[in-house]
Design a protein around this ligand. Structure first.
Ligand SMILES: [Zn+2]
Length: 234
């Protein structure tokens, strides 16, 4: 006799509220989250965390204080990495940001180049923009990284004092000018003697992250490493 089998809750919920892949819109099944398995497998990973002089680091050659830098993904239009980033940045996908932060954390550990980092600092939003969005996506990435690295996260000490214009359509030179002097460290003594991991969502020309480095260096920081979820190839 055929025995009645209780459907797992997930299957029932999926039936009532179908979920779709952010990128290809295919129906998500079982343990799939955000992206379907095919799209996860085809994400454009940079695999650059262990590579000295990698593409991310090349943006910060002018800063001697930068120890190491990495990005988890290449940011490319029409790829799943763009959709991931947009969901994190604009559509409140907080759990996804934590998940991606943990993936960054694992790469940092595997590479062995970030072992002396002892404090995680997200690139801050201007308070007005953070209130509007209700969260800072880079801070969520930081929280994910912190789960893996077991290091504290500092918020509110590196601050953005100028609410800069959107940089989407700016040239590299305009971006640099736009963020110049936009960041400040409120209590330098909290950062001195620390190896800081600066965390950003996407590095395009590197101007925003570099302006943060300038503020940290002005506050007496001598060791900075950088991690970003994505790197836009110029
Ligand atoms: Zn998909």
């Amino acid at each position: 006799m055929k025995r009645f089998r209780l459907q797992p809750l997930r299957e029932i919920v999926d039936l009532l509220f179908p979920r779709h892949c952010f990128h290809c819109s295919q129906l998500l099944l079982g343990d799939e989250h955000y992206l379907c398995t095919h799209c996860w497998l085809h994400l454009p990973f940079t695999h650059n965390a262990a590579v000295v002089g990698n593409e991310t680091e090349q943006h910060f050659q002018a800063h001697r204080e930068v120890v190491a830098a990495m990005s988890l993904l290449h940011y490319r239009p029409d790829t799943a990495s763009r959709d991931l980033l947009h969901h994190i940045k604009y559509y409140g996908a907080r759990k996804l940001a934590l998940t991606m932060g943990m993936m960054i954390g694992e790469k940092l550990v595997e590479s062995g180049r970030f072992a002396s980092v002892d404090l995680l600092v997200p690139v801050p939003l201007h308070p007005r923009r953070e209130r509007h969005r209700s969260y800072n996506q880079s801070e969520l990435l930081c929280r994910g990284i912190a789960k893996v690295l077991q290091r504290p996260v500092s918020t509110g000490n590196l601050v953005r004092t100028v609410n800069t214009d959107s940089q989407t359509h700016m040239t590299a030179e305009e971006r640099k000018e736009n963020v110049k002097g936009a960041f400040r460290v409120r209590k330098p003594e909290l950062f001195q003697q620390r190896h800081i991991l600066l965390v950003d969502d996407v590095i395009t020309t590197g101007s925003t992250t570099a302006a943060c480095c300038d503020a940290l260096i002005a506050a007496g920081v001598t060791r900075i490493s950088i991690a970003s979820l994505a790197l836009a190839s110029s």
